[in-house]
Design a protein around this ligand. Structure first.
Ligand code: ZN
Length: 262
């Protein structure tokens, strides 16, 4: 699943291309929207809420999509070859005079009234990337389940929104916190949140998601994707494991057993 900053970058690109432009043609290829035609409406703005994409159109309509593991949005110039996947994976095409936005494999694609966006994103906790991130609400949300492991809690979008497995691993490493500690065992959860925000905000315009300060592929992370390799700080072999509330919802965690003692 992409991290919040990945969705934020996608929204920014879509907003720069489509924002303020009239839709000249729309083609929805999901059964529930098969007869929908939004041509003639103006794309007012594209914004990210956690990992959700909201395309706000004139006349109070929002196109809500979510990428989960498999979805993506691509932008093309009219007539340009499309490389996002085979045609049968296209879920929606939105055209303006200058751009064609194509949504591939979107597991969530629906229309909601802009005034009712809360019905699709209202469950989200404070967004780590939001300028008005509400730290006290985030802390209270995490504290509400004190026995849960900190690593599972950080990925629960109802508690805080925007975190994925990359920033989770890197944040816990930099905070010296074992992913297997319970929320109540973490001395300073606020510090963990501050670290996460700092890493994510620093990478808003950087798809490499650099946390080490070295913007080179293979060097950009402390522990994420480095199982079996020596810790960059202490030389201990980095570990990985699957962790989650149930076998079908397990996600990978990485940690250094020395820098992040259990
Ligand atoms: Zn280490």
């Amino acid at each position: 699943m992409p991290e919040g900053d990945t969705v934020w970058r996608a929204c920014k690109r879509l907003d720069q291309a489509l924002g303020g432009q009239e839709l000249t043609r729309t083609d929805f290829r999901v059964p529930s929207l098969a007869t929908t035609d939004l041509s003639g409406r103006t794309m007012l703005e594209v914004v990210a809420k956690g990992k959700h994409l909201l395309m706000r159109l004139s006349d109070g309509v929002t196109i809500h999509s979510h990428l989960r593991m498999e979805g993506s949005w691509h932008l093309y110039r009219p007539g340009e070859p499309r490389k996002g996947g085979p045609d049968y994976q296209v879920r929606v095409v939105l055209e303006t005079a200058n751009w064609v936005a194509v949504g591939y494999r979107l597991p969530v694609l629906e229309l909601v009234a802009t005034a009712a966006e809360d019905t699709v994103v209202g469950h989200l906790g404070p967004d780590l990337l939001s300028p008005d991130f509400d730290r006290s609400v985030a802390l209270a949300n995490l504290a509400a389940e004190p026995d849960r492991t900190i690593s599972e809690a950080l990925l629960d979008q109802r508690r805080i929104a925007g975190m994925g497995t990359v920033y989770r691993a890197e944040t816990l490493f930099l905070g010296g916190v074992s992913p297997f500690r319970s929320v109540s065992e973490v001395r300073d959860v606020g510090k963990v949140l501050s670290l996460a925000r700092r890493l994510m905000l620093a990478n808003l315009n950087n798809p490499l998601q650099v946390t080490t300060g070295i913007a080179r592929r293979g060097k950009q992370h402390w522990v994420y994707g480095r199982a079996g390799m020596p810790c960059r700080r202490c030389g201990t072999i980095i570990q990985s494991a699957m962790q989650g509330p149930s076998p079908d919802r397990e996600r990978i965690v990485y940690w250094c057993p020395t820098c992040q003692p259990a």
